[in-house]
Ligand binder design. Sequence first.
Ligand SMILES: [Zn+2]
Length: 353
Amino acid sequence: MALRLIADRRRLGVTATGAVAVVDPSTSRSGLFRLVRDRRCAPFPEARVNAVGSPFRGTNGNGDVVGFADMHLHITANERAGGAVIYGEPFDRYGIAEALGHDADVHGADGSLDVTGNLLRTGLPFGTHDTHGWPTFAGWPMHDTVTHQQTYYVWLKRDWLAGERLVVAQTVEDQPICEIEPVKAHGCNETKSVRLQVQTLRGLQRYVDLQAGGRGRGWFRLVYNPRQARRAIERGKLAAKIELLKAYRNKRRYFGVGLGTDTGGFSSLPGPRPDADRLPLTYPFRCYDGKVRFDREQTGGRGFDLNTDGIAHYGLLADLVADMQQHGGGQALRSLFRSAEAYLRLWQRAYRR
Ligand SMILES: [Zn+2]
């Protein structure tokens, strides 16, 4: 491997005295580098799924896929409404510290610039919150936060391990909100914002693929037709279909047994179950088919417990499913785990027309 100057193709090299210098490859053999594995590196900081096991793949006896679907999820919520309302990226090539560690840049050091979040939470534009994010997560994510990223990709991965097999990733721009936001990361043009969100979703697929050893190997697959989706799910992956949601103009409603969490959609997620202190979800738990064992999710210095946090971030959907399983929701769960198949059939019918 060589590092070359674009201008004259000279290489970065090492001189006879050991100094780093730009060298002429015709007169020097220096300037070739090789990657060397170093075992003393500090571990790369990352959220943890806190789950062990191999998730289900293949089909059931009828040839149907098994898994649940979320038909309404905003993975790229941070880019909506001008891109400076919801803080936090679903992933960042420089890691979680970049993705979730700069809330103060967007919401202000004390959170007082989070006008939309304050309005939606209390009805008043005033308010403050702890903006540390990574690694303490003292102020967020919480189940009732609406302006912080709750679908960091490791949290999404936890749900995949619990049996989520299909998500409809809604891209959206909210021109009316965008227009009145004092701070924006990009313009209010809906087409451009949606294009940016599609790029982010493609980037996420690449990022997950690279961690899994190369193109096509990751657990997160963008799918563009029902056949691709079915194939991805049969291979045990999470199929993600991109859709365009026109906010305030064309509120789509889906019916079915699947979920429509609207995470990232300016609506809060469920809090702790009222009787959770008396009848808590017991940790650790096993996923629906028993193949994966889960403990409380840990991101940075913060552990998340469904009994006290509710759905603080998207990864706690795994805990919610287990809670249903532990507390008499067997029938509902059977329906839920047919929802990926139900969605595929619906999509196939629509696709053939
Ligand atoms: Zn914030």
